[in-house]
Design a protein around this ligand. Structure first.
Ligand SMILES: [Ca+2]
Ligand SMILES: [Ca+2]
Ligand SMILES: [Ca+2]
Ligand SMILES: [Ca+2]
Length: 393
């Protein structure tokens, strides 16, 4: 056992960034993955021209690619791909040739795929801008084509080259879906899709398989709608937060100024695998924002990261074996200061030690905070966790 004095704190992530890509013009989001075949994760950052909204002023919009060199990233960008009004970005081997590819969502012409085999030189673009407002999230929704991309209620299927088909997830009564995320909820090795409607007071579970590109809720073998007590607006996260092997659903309330309405709802899955529509969800009080689920300390239990929509900090909530999951922001294990409120972030291992690191988009910068591997005592100038207490080492 060790004593923690008031000026000390336990940290899972370093408080000082390992790298800062400074002065990136309006970075929107970031993806990490090997893009030059050296096995080291590179960064792809979608960049928008600040202060303008119209297409004729968007010629500087782009995706910047930074290859990892000497364990870090530094300007200038190694590649720049022109994409007007980019919103989301994903890296993955979408054509199965062993080289990673890039998928970018744009407000103007939704899906752009750049193949690694073509050295990202060709822009394979498709779609009408209608309704594709989030994503792209790369997944497999059935065996046809090379890869699938969820962009809000829009489903793109890439067949290679310029061949991209477009489908849609229709709402049950009104066509009001705006956001989607893939997850296998019922553990049958078939991807399911969770959609959220425009008013964001419900979570819609569309259970696969999806045989055709036009998905109609009424035609599915199983469809469930879960009401949420408050409107939510920072997307959803999935993970097993009560260690029973069944994936649960987290939804973050959209309110960020009213302190009492800042909360995250946790819908635990029942046995056998299903959700009960009339049981109020459990609450994690005092925080809301963009979420990510990752086992950051590699103990086999899912942990939660929440970017504070109202302040500067990415909160870490570690799941502890045999204990209920955190019910209040006061139980957070760490708050990593990022330098800006409502920071965007991804969790990914960029220094190849097996532990997921934080790559953060905030305040015109991209910052990388390395995972320390295990909880480590640090000096704590911010005063979080300032209570004197004894902890297990
Ligand atoms: Ca499934
Ligand atoms: Ca569970
Ligand atoms: Ca864990
Ligand atoms: Ca790492």
């Amino acid at each position: 056992m060790i004593w923690l004095m008031p000026w000390m704190a336990l940290a899972q992530f370093a408080e000082t960034p390992a790298f800062v890509l400074g002065g990136v013009t309006a970075p929107v989001c970031v993806a990490a993955g090997d893009l030059n075949g050296d096995g080291k994760p590179d960064l792809a950052i979608s960049v928008r021209t600040p202060g303008v909204d119209w297409a004729d002023a968007r010629k500087n919009d782009r995706v910047d690619v930074f290859f990892q060199k000497a364990g870090t990233y530094a300007p200038p960008a190694d590649k720049q791909l022109a994409v007007e009004y980019p919103t989301g970005i994903q890296i993955g081997d979408f054509d199965g040739d062993g080289a990673n590819d890039l998928a970018v969502l744009s407000m103007d012409s939704p899906l752009h795929v750049f193949a690694g085999s073509e050295r990202f030189a060709k822009d394979h673009a498709q779609g009408s801008p209608n309704a594709a407002r989030s994503g792209p999230i790369a997944c497999r929704l059935n065996a046809q084509g090379l890869y699938d991309f969820l962009c809000g209620p829009v489903w793109f299927k890439w067949f290679g080259g310029d061949a991209i088909a477009q489908g849609y997830f229709y709402g049950p009564q009104v066509n009001d879906n705006i956001h989607s995320q893939p997850v296998d909820l019922n553990l049958d090795n078939v991807t399911d899709v969770v959609l959220t409607p425009k008013d964001r007071k419900a979570i819609r579970l569309y259970y696969g398989p999806f045989m055709v590109l036009s998905v109609i809720a009424e035609d599915l073998s199983q469809y469930v709608e879960l009401p949420t007590p408050l409107t939510f607006g920072y997307g959803l996260a999935f993970g097993d937060f009560n260690d029973d092997g069944r994936p649960d659903i987290l939804a973050a309330a959209s309110a960020n100024t009213v302190a009492t309405e800042r909360k995250i709802f946790i819908f635990y899955q029942n046995a056998p695998l299903n959700f009960t529509t009339n049981v109020p969800p459990r609450r994690l009080e005092g925080v809301t924002g963009a979420m990510a689920v990752s086992d950051v300390n590699r103990d086999g239990l899912d942990d939660l990261l929440v970017s504070d929509a109202a302040g500067d900090g990415i909160y870490l909530f570690l799941q502890k074996k045999g204990k209920p999951f955190a019910a209040s922001v006061k139980e957070a294990d760490q708050s990593v200061k990022t330098g800006g409120r409502n920071a965007g972030f991804i969790a990914g291992d960029i220094n190849a030690d097996g532990y997921p690191d934080l790559i953060v988009t905030a305040d015109g910068n991209i910052k990388g905070f390395f995972n320390l591997g295990k909880m480590t005592v640090i000096n704590n100038p911010s005063g979080v966790h300032a209570d004197e207490k004894q902890v297990a080492e």
